[in-house]
Design a protein around this ligand. Structure first.
Ligand SMILES: [Zn+2]
Ligand SMILES: [Zn+2]
Length: 130
């Protein structure tokens, strides 16, 4: 039986689904106000934390240290610039065969994965050469 969801959990999951991208708690807070389903910032934080612990959202730290949240069924692949903090999404999953292999070798049920490469974006490489 799926766990019962509180109203704030349903609201937050809906907003993440609708936005289709990772949002920080602060962005989510503003998004909810625009969607006419406002929640207090403390409630947003508390609910996100609860959803994360129960495997319903995943959190990813940006180079700034801020966490961004997304639904777990979205695998994530990024090139992240350490200088300006831009995250470029890699469209195709480069590790699907690896995931299958790991599940078989370790008898581990994988729910999602996150793959992130860190470095300098094209713009920041040009800046660094000046
Ligand atoms: Zn950059
Ligand atoms: Zn993938």
């Amino acid at each position: 039986m799926p766990p019962r969801r509180t109203r704030s959990q349903a609201i937050i999951l809906d907003a993440l689904r609708a936005s289709g991208r990772s949002l920080s708690a602060q962005e989510l807070f503003l998004e909810l106000r625009q969607r006419q389903t406002p929640l207090g910032l403390a409630t947003v934080y508390r609910t996100l934390d609860h959803l994360r612990i129960h495997g319903q959202v995943q959190a990813r730290p940006l180079p700034s240290g801020e966490l961004v949240y997304s639904l777990v069924q979205q695998d994530q692949h990024y090139l992240t610039c350490l200088h300006c903090g831009t995250s470029i999404e890699i469209e195709q999953c480069p590790v699907q065969p690896l995931e299958t292999e790991l599940q078989e070798c370790y008898h581990f049920k994988v729910f999602y994965h996150t793959l992130e490469f860190f470095g300098l974006c094209a713009k920041c490489q040009v800046m660094a050469q000046r």
